[in-house]
Write a protein that binds this ligand. Structure first.
Ligand SMILES: CC(C)(COP(=O)(O)OP(=O)(O)OC[C@H]1O[C@@H](n2cnc3c(N)ncnc32)[C@H](O)[C@@H]1OP(=O)(O)O)[C@@H](O)C(=O)NCCC(=O)NCCS
Length: 380
């Protein structure tokens, strides 16, 4: 086959624009992130996850009445079909991300609007999934521990209900606030690997459940959502702030990445990181475990020479320690990312459907030149 020369290859599609989006605006050089024009700092400081999810789905911040109606929709969707709970029980020994992916796929079998790709039905399914994803994560965690399921509590907000369903006890206000902010920070982030995956699936006119199932698969890798889990392991391995520099040096000597650093888009600090950093600082002091904050800051210090190369702290660097200090097991860190990101995935799929096109890039063939077929008896 003849290939037009020269072909420019963008490995990893780095720097390639493949569509337009009105959802989130990322300036990787200035370190800015906006959802529908609003700064992540304002949203993280002043808005709840429910408000942000409304903003993503509807394009505008809600009035009080609009927020109440949206909140009622989210709460009404806090149910999981028995068939999906049975699926979770059947695969309970797997990693929570594998369980989540399987359970979201199973939800497709029970959602009455699964095959309806209209804007309205897709938005309704997006709202339902936003409520169901945290329920799956919580239900699985209870099931694998042999504990009874905790019913949804309409007196609690999205973050608080998740924590209560997970732990079986009323969460503190502080824990709810931090989790709520964490979900706001993770709600949307352009076409990163998981959202792009969702759009590729939607590009074939497959449904939202198929797209979100695939997105969860993409998120599960350590280069994407898995970093928070690895950062906590790193902090434990380092053990004390004075060991951080040696640790970083040894990793870099092996050309291994330091988890929670680096980003495909940000060349400076990820703007979401500062909010979680403050959470780690406050929590670790309050809980009498200041070593975690000190270790992370020592790693930042040891990584300072790399910031000149555009490798800086990302949101996952601090998120894992916040979860850890709240007593959340490490393998639930990525599922919590998925809980926050579900509205973002749904909105990316809505954008894709709005003017759909099959996403089908090319690879430059570099295999053998055309050759004659060799029958089995003449091989080897
Ligand atoms: C996120 C990530 C996959 C982005 O990768 P990418 O855009 O393909 O960037 P590259 O791997 O091409 O890195 C560019 C340079 O920065 C360096 N770099 C990138 N991430 C680094 C890290 N975490 N620690 C140390 N150096 C890093 C690379 O070694 C490379 O240097 P080189 O050109 O001398 O080889 C990568 O930074 C990474 O693996 N980070 C750790 C995992 C993580 O925290 N992921 C969560 C992202 S929110």
């Amino acid at each position: 086959m003849t290939t037009p020369e020269p072909v420019e290859i963008h490995r990893g599609l780095n720097g390639v624009y493949f569509d337009r989006s009105e959802t989130s605006d990322i300036d990787g050089h200035a370190g800015e992130l906006r959802y529908r024009g609003y700064s992540i700092h304002d949203l993280a400081t002043h808005s709840s996850f429910e408000e942000v999810a409304y903003l993503l789905f509807h394009g505008e911040l809600p009035t009080r009445a609009q927020l109440e109606a949206f909140d009622a929709q989210l709460k009404a969707a806090r149910t999981l079909p028995d068939a999906v709970l049975d699926v979770i029980r059947a695969v309970q020994g797997a990693h929570p991300m594998d369980v989540l992916r399987t359970a979201v796929s199973a939800l497709a079998a029970t959602d009455p609007e699964v095959a309806d790709n209209s804007r309205e039905a897709t938005a309704r399914k997006g709202v339902r999934l936003t409520s169901q994803v945290p329920m799956i994560v919580a239900a699985h965690h209870r099931i694998r521990q042999g504990l009874p399921l905790v019913p949804a509590d309409p007196s609690l907000n999205h973050a608080g209900n998740f924590l209560q369903m997970l732990k079986g006890e009323r969460p503190s206000e502080d824990a709810v606030e931090l989790m709520d902010m964490d979900l706001v920070l993770h709600a949307e982030h352009g076409t990163n690997a998981s959202a792009f995956t969702a759009r590729v699936v939607a590009g074939t006119d497959a449904n939202l459940h198929a797209a979100v199932t695939a997105a969860i698969g993409a998120l599960s890798g350590p280069a994407h959502g898995g970093a928070a889990e690895q950062v906590m392991r790193m902090a434990q391995e380092i053990g004390a702030p004075e060991h951080a520099a040696v640790y970083v040096k040894a990793k870099r000597a092996n050309r291994e990445p330091i988890m929670g650093f680096g980003h495909r888009v940000y060349r400076v600090e990820d703007p979401r990181a500062r909010h979680m950093r403050e959470g780690v600082r406050r929590l670790s002091a309050e809980m009498g475990q200041p070593q975690w904050y000190a270790i992370l800051e020592a790693v930042v210090e040891a990584m300072r020479p790399y910031s000149r190369l555009g490798v800086a702290v990302n949101v996952d660097f601090y998120a894992g320690v916040v979860y850890y200090l709240h007593g959340i097991p490490e393998d639930l860190f990525v599922p919590i990312f998925a809980i926050g990101r579900t509205p973002g995935w749904a909105v990316q799929v809505l954008e894709q459907f709005a003017h759909n096109v099959l996403i089908r890039p090319l690879t430059l063939y570099t295999g053998p030149a055309p050759r004659e077929y060799v029958p089995m008896e003449r091989r080897g």
